[in-house]
Structure formats: C-alpha cells, structure tokens
Ligand binder design. Structure first.
Ligand SMILES: Cc1cc2nc3c(=O)[nH]c(=O)nc-3n(C[C@H](O)[C@H](O)[C@H](O)COP(=O)(O)OP(=O)(O)OC[C@H]3O[C@@H](n4cnc5c(N)ncnc54)[C@H](O)[C@@H]3O)c2cc1C
Ligand SMILES: *[C@@H]1O[C@H](CO)[C@@H](O)[C@H](O)[C@H]1NC(C)=O
Ligand SMILES: *[C@@H]1O[C@H](CO)[C@@H](O)[C@H](O)[C@H]1NC(C)=O
Ligand SMILES: *[C@@H]1O[C@H](CO)[C@@H](O)[C@H](O)[C@H]1NC(C)=O
Ligand SMILES: *[C@@H]1O[C@H](CO)[C@@H](O)[C@H](O)[C@H]1NC(C)=O
Ligand SMILES: *[C@@H]1O[C@H](CO)[C@@H](O)[C@H](O)[C@H]1NC(C)=O
Ligand SMILES: *[C@@H]1O[C@H](CO)[C@@H](O)[C@H](O)[C@H]1NC(C)=O
Ligand SMILES: *[C@@H]1O[C@H](CO)[C@@H](O)[C@H](O)[C@H]1NC(C)=O
Ligand SMILES: *[C@@H]1O[C@H](CO)[C@@H](O)[C@H](O)[C@H]1NC(C)=O
Ligand SMILES: *[C@@H]1O[C@H](CO)[C@@H](O)[C@H](O)[C@H]1NC(C)=O
Length: 602
C-alpha cells in the first residue's frame, strides 16, 4: 500500500463515525421503528436523511451490501468502471439475450451503501421537461409534471467547480442547492475541443447545447457528473454519511430483506408492516416492525424480487413456485426497460490517450498518487468528458415500425459518449498495444421490454433477469443510425490526422446487414434499467403503485426507486431517482403528519 493511500484511509476513518452502522440484526437495540427502508441505495439514503430530520421519528435502513468505505474504485471517478464485478456489485447475469446473438451479459447493481450511485459512471442528467410532463400524463397526476417537480430536483444537488477550477460551461441558475455535488470535467482531454468543434461545424441534429440540465436534454455538450473536488458524490457520501450521528437513525448492512409479512387486513386490504430479514440463506430470521411504513428502495431487481417472494405479483407465476398469492399484481417484475450500449472503437494517431495508463502499472500508480496528493489529473473524471443526445432523422426507417417513442421534442432517441482510450465495457478486452478512441453509442428511447421473474423461493438465489435488449425492429434500426451518425461525426475536419481507422470488426460493418450483425455481437447495457414496479393512475388495473408510490391493494408499503418509473428516461437516470425520492419524502411526511423540514443550506 502506498503511503498516500494509507493516509487517505486514516483520514476517512477519522472523519466519519461508524457508530450507527450495524453489521448483524442481533446488534440492533430495538425491532420496532416508525419507518423501515429496504435498501440504502440511491433513493433509500435520501429517505433516511430526510425522514430522520425529525428527532421524534425512528428510522431503520436495511442494506444487503457492504460498507462504502476505503474502496478506491468507488471514490476515484476514473476508477468507477472497475467497480462492477467486484465485492460492491450484485454480479447479476442476464438470461441469454436473443437480440444479442444469445449472449448473456453482466448486469451490474450496487451491493454497497449508496447502491448503484456508488458504482455508476457518474453522469448527471435531470431529464427534459417533456419527460416529466409525460410521466404526469402516464400517471394522470399533475404533481409529476415539471413545474411541480422542479423544486424537488433543486433539493437534490448543487454545482461545484471542477477539480482544475476552469470556468464552468454550465448555466448555474438552473441548478439547485441539495447535497449531491455536480461538476463538469476537471482534466481536459484531446477529444473535448474536437467534439465541440465538430458539433458547431455540422450543426442541425449535431448541434451544441451549453447545458443539458436546463430542460432540453438534446445536443452535444460538456458532461456533467456527480463529482465534487475530483471525488465521487453518491447518496452515501451526500445524504447518509452526514447524518449517521443521529440517534433516531440505524443502518444495518450485510442483511437482506427476505419477506414482507402481513398479519392483518383493513377492509379486506392486507396490511404489511412486518419485514423479515436474514444474513444468509440458512441463517436466522428476524422480524422487524414498522409503526408507519415499509419503504421499498431495493432498486429495479431487488424491489420486484422482494414483492414476488412475499406473494405480491402475478398470481400464476407466484403460485407455480408454491408461494401463496396474497395480492395479484400482474405488473410486478414486468416492463423492464434498459438502454443498449455499443462501443465503436477507432485506432488513433496520438500517444495521449489513457491506454498506456491502464497497461503500465507504474504510470497508473503515478496517476493515482497525483489524484491523492493534489486531487488533480486524469483520475478526477469519469472516462468521458463530452456527451451528445440526438433525435433520429425525421425520415428514419425506424419510424416505419412505430411513431417516435421519445417523451417529446425535447427528449432524445440516441446518445454518444467520447472516451479518450479503449473503454472495455463491451465484449472486447483492451488490446495489448495501440491508442484508441471509443465512441459509446446508446439507444435512450428503446421499445424493447423484458422482465424479472422468480426462479426460486430462496431469497438468496438471484431472480431471472431478462432485459430483452434489441428485440424490436425499431431498437435495432435506431442503433444502426447511431453507427451512421458516428461515421458522419468523425469524418468532420477536426478529426483529420487524428483517426487512423475503425478498429476490429467495425472496419467491415459498412452495410446495414453488417452493422446489425456488429450491433448484436457487441452491444451491452448502459446499466439504466427501470420500470419493474411501474406507477399508474390510481384506478387502473395495471401498474404496481399509484402515483403516490403506494403499492396497490395493500396498506403500509411504498416503493421509492427506479422500479416505479412509468417510462424509461431518455437520459442517464440517477438524478431522476434522487428527484423521485425527494418528492416521496413530502408524500410520506404528509401522509403521516410527521417531519420538520430543515432549512436547506449548503
Ligand atoms: C455500472 C453502472 C453505471 C451507471 N452509470 C450511470 C450514470 O453514469 N449516470 C446515471 O444517471 N445513472 C447511471 N447508472 C444508473 C443509476 O446508478 C441507477 O439508475 C440508480 O442508482 C438506481 O437507484 P435505485 O435507488 O433505484 O437503486 P440502487 O441505487 O441500486 O439501490 C438499491 C439498493 O437496495 C439494496 N437491496 C436490494 N435488494 C435488497 C434486499 N432484499 N434487502 C436489502 N437491501 C437490498 C441494494 O444492495 C442497493 O444498495 C448506472 C448504474 C450502474 C450499475
Ligand atoms: C462479485 O464477483 C467478484 C468476483 O468474482 C467477487 O469477488 C465478489 O464477492 C462478488 N460480489 C458479491 C456481492 O458476491
Ligand atoms: C438463440 O436461441 C434461440 C432459442 O434457443 C434460437 O431459436 C436462435 O436461433 C438463437 N439465435 C442465435 C443467433 O443463435
Ligand atoms: C415473523 O412473523 C410471522 C408472522 O407473524 C411469524 O409466523 C414468524 O414466525 C415470525 N418470525 C420470527 C423469526 O419471529
Ligand atoms: C503499483 O501499486 C500497487 C499497489 O500499491 C503495487 O502492488 C504495484 O507493485 C505498484 N506498481 C509499480 C510498478 O510500482
Ligand atoms: C511505464 O511508465 C513509467 C513511468 O511513467 C515509465 O518510466 C516507463 O518507461 C513505462 N514503461 C513502459 C514499458 O512503457
Ligand atoms: C479538495 O481537495 C484538496 C486536495 O485533495 C483539498 O486540499 C481541499 O481541501 C478539498 N476541498 C474541499 C472543498 O473539500
Ligand atoms: C499523425 O499526425 C501527424 C501530425 O499531425 C501527421 O503528420 C500524420 O500524417 C498523422 N498520421 C496519420 C496516419 O493520420
Ligand atoms: C474485413 O473483411 C475482409 C474481406 O472479407 C477481410 O479480409 C478482413 O480481414 C476483414 N477485416 C476485419 C478487421 O475483420
Ligand atoms: C459477428 O460475430 C460472428 C461470430 O463470431 C462473426 O462471424 C461475424 O463476422 C460478426 N459480425 C460482424 C459484423 O462483426
């Protein structure tokens, strides 16, 4: 261990208290709380923070994963790509994906305090105004429209200067004053000016947008990330750590919610206020009771998994495993939507890409030492500094299959991220030699829908995960368009003498048939799944929660996480999860007449 690393760990240990984090159920002093939060993830920690503002209200957070301490992959932005597949990841694998030539792919989810906000790629998008207006239409509830949502978004986050303190290419007035820190890149790369110049040169669908967080998530721009002072800002660092000292808040890690228990009814409606928890498949079970509500924040896999294990979901599926059906809710686990991601690699005429840093361990160590000593250098940023969101062309053949599925004219169909090196996120490993540009393209308005289903009654066995990526004609044709748009983009003047050639199979993907084959061979996920417990208008038979996030036909249960999204956002979703959670706080406080709202200062 290097000396600066030791110093960093000592600093983290000294600065934070562990007092309120418990490692086993038997350590808890009580088994009854006002609120029990399942999952200390992105949304769960927002609730933990805001509900425990009132010292009269007791809160327990139960987290399956581990502590977020002392893990450089989590803390250092550039190293975030290394976190999936380690001890802080659930390590899910999908079913074979027919749209991906039957490949099964890794499906990362945070298994750690902060949940997926501790392992994600940090991109910060709050969504277009018309995205939120669409949610309002889908739920028949004005409170989800942007004018009502904006105050909640402003509570989530605030802008900070980037690590190198250059002037911000942002519109500060549209940003908020909440705990998550947001900044643009702090270490310029050789790509940044090329991307922005190209956008200005081509214009039209490739136009420049100064700040993508002003209501229109469309255009090429500087990437904004959940980073402060060159360090990851997650729901654990921003929302949980600062309030761990509170006497009325307990956090229990390495413990799973295994079942929601009902033992009474109200006018025929089952009341769920008891949660069964355990640390292993055969380990002891403990019942914890919530005087007010159990708040389900287990995320897009964890939440439907727990509901299904508890007899809440599609009756036939549940009964076929021998679990008694308690509430027949056919949508639980259904409508899983995700963004497919395609890495497009090019060999480049440069020795400034980060490729050598990943191959040469002394260079890597020097770069890490620089980050530790001064908070500067390559590692202060995620692997991309620039981003673009585009609409498909009006005359795209994808629209022969269906009208534009995007929320509205301010929302995109496709996305581009520019990486100054080989981003080994897909099927390929980094080559042993060479310098590369990766253009990551994604479909952000997909129409394919998959599912989460039970395969076992053991809560410690993963459910079956089928995002069904690229299973519609529209989705495949839209991905083909991303490849053509990349070809146009990198043919522009700023890339002359920089790009040598497409790398690997991309070189031969020059017809639509070959492009489709390339897409099916190489696509993975951006890790943006949503919708497995989607909300719907109060009196519809479909949907899992009503527009106040209460689980239909039950009492005592509310869902607050990405599973309730009624439609997949045409952008990166984490800021939307924080925003949903801030709105949920008000719904919960109103429902129970609890809570004080502390003045929001930062
Ligand atoms: C690798 C990766 C990269 C991403 N990149 C970006 C990005 O750049 N920008 C962006 O906006 N979004 C990104 N995302 C998506 C974003 O992080 C998620 O959409 C968001 O964090 C989901 O929040 P959540 O609260 O729904 O779930 P999570 O944050 O995943 O929280 C769920 C929590 O519940 C816990 N849990 C689950 N089941 C149980 C149980 N039975 N008992 C107890 N605890 C349980 C989990 O361990 C976890 O801590 C990325 C995600 C990943 C995985
Ligand atoms: C995920 O896989 C890695 C590598 O095999 C392993 O070290 C880690 O413990 C796994 N995570 C969990 C939560 O089991
Ligand atoms: C994928 O698997 C399905 C079902 O087994 C099969 O019908 C199909 O031909 C396979 N596709 C490819 C490309 O192998
Ligand atoms: C939890 O509560 C249920 C229902 O009351 C009961 O059947 C079960 O035995 C309890 N479990 C424990 C560990 O107390
Ligand atoms: C880089 O640092 C790691 C971890 O401290 C160490 O194991 C490795 O030997 C170092 N590499 C070099 C070339 O110094
Ligand atoms: C690795 O990086 C170090 C430090 O920058 C450098 O001195 C060394 O020559 C590099 N090794 C190789 C094989 O390029
Ligand atoms: C940012 O980091 C630097 C060096 O790592 C440190 O000196 C400074 O105090 C930090 N600033 C804040 C606001 O945390
Ligand atoms: C590489 O860059 C140099 C300097 O700009 C230029 O002279 C040369 O032609 C470039 N090579 C290729 C293959 O583009
Ligand atoms: C491209 O196709 C040609 C002709 O089939 C073949 O010779 C070449 O190896 C292919 N290149 C790549 C990178 O696959
Ligand atoms: C896709 O993969 C198959 C099997 O490896 C290969 O034969 C085919 O050439 C690939 N297609 C493209 C366009 O790379």
């Amino acid at each position: 261990m290097t000396a600066p690393l030791t110093l960093l760990i000592l600093f983290l240990l000294a600065a934070r208290t562990y007092a309120k984090v418990f490692y086993a159920p038997q350590e808890l002093a009580q088994y009854r709380y006002d609120f029990i939060i399942v999952g200390a993830g992105t949304a769960g920690n927002v609730l933990a923070n805001r509900l425990s503002e009132d010292p009269q209200v007791s809160v327990l957070v139960v987290e399956a994963g581990i502590s977020n301490r002392d893990n450089l992959d989590i803390v250092v932005p550039f190293l975030g790509v290394a976190a999936p597949g380690t001890s802080v990841d659930w390590n899910f694998t999908t079913l074979p994906q027919e749209g991906l030539n039957n490949r099964s792919i890794h499906f990362a989810r945070g298994f750690v305090l902060g949940g997926s906000s501790s392992i994600n790629l940090l991109t910060w998008n709050r969504g277009s105004n018309d995205l939120w207006d669409r949610w309002s239409e889908l739920t028949d509830d004005e409170e989800w429209a942007w004018p009502s949502i904006e105050p909640y978004y402003l509570k989530t986050s605030h802008l900070v200067p980037p690590a190198d303190d250059t002037s911000g290419e942002v519109k500060p007035s549209t940003h908020g004053f909440g705990p998550v820190e947001v900044s643009i890149s702090g270490f310029p790369t050789e790509l940044d000016d090329r991307v922005l110049e190209t956008s200005h040169l081509i214009g039209g669908r490739f136009s420049f947008t100064k700040d993508l967080n002003t209501g229109k998530t469309l255009g090429f721009s500087h990437l904004q990330s959940s980073i402060g002072n060159g360090t990851r800002s997650s729901s654990a660092t921003a929302y949980l750590d600062p309030v761990l000292y509170r006497d009325n808040l307990d956090v229990l890690v390495s413990t799973r919610a295994t079942k929601l228990i009902t033992d009474s009814t109200n006018a025929g409606i089952p009341i769920f206020r008891t949660l069964e928890i355990a640390q292993s498949s055969n380990g002891a079970r403990y019942n914890i009771t919530a005087a007010k509500e159990i708040l389900l924040c287990g995320g897009v896999v964890g939440t439907p998994h727990l509901l299904l294990l508890s007899g809440i979901g599609p009756k036939n599926e549940i009964e076929s495993l021998g679990i008694p059906s308690i509430v027949d809710l056919p949508d639980v686990g259904k409508h899983l939507a995700d963004h497919p991601l395609l890495p497009n690699y090019f060999s480049v005429n440069s020795s400034n890409t980060f490729d050598e840093v990943l191959r040469n361990s002394s260079l890597f160590n020097e770069t890490l030492d620089e980050w530790m000593a001064s908070g500067q250098g390559l590692f202060v940023d995620p692997p991309a500094n620039t981003i673009g969101f585009m609409r498909l062309p009006e005359d795209s053949i994808a629209f022969n299959h269906q009208p534009n599925p995007a929320s509205g004219p301010l929302s995109a169909n496709t996305e581009f991220l520019f990486v100054d090196g080989f981003a080994a996120l897909g099927a390929l490993q980094q080559p042993a030699i060479g310098n590369f540009l990766t253009v990551l393209t994604a479909l952000v308005s997909p129409t394919s829908r998959g599912s989460i289903t039970l395969q076992s009654i053991d809560p410690f066995t993963d459910p079956l995960i089928d995002p069904a990526l690229l299973t519609t004609e529209f989705d495949v044709l839209a991905m083909v368009q991303t490849m053509k748009d990349v070809e146009v983009f990198i043919s522009a003047q700023p890339w002359t003498n920089f790009i040598i050639s497409p790398f690997g199979d991309l070189a031969n993907a020059t017809t639509d048939t070959a492009r489709i084959s390339f897409i099916r061979n190489n696509s993975v996920t951006v890790n943006h799944p949503v919708g497995t417990a989607r909300m719907s208008p109060k009196h519809t038979s479909w949907g899992v929660t009503d527009s106040n996030l209460l689980v239909k036909h039950t009492e005592g249960l509310r869902i607050v996480d990405a599973s309730i999204f009624p439609q997949i956002p045409e952008c990166h979703p984490q800021a939307l999860v924080y925003t949903v959670a801030e709105r949920a706080v008000d719904l919960i406080k109103q429902a129970h007449g609890v809570g004080i709202t502390l003045p929001l200062v930062h």
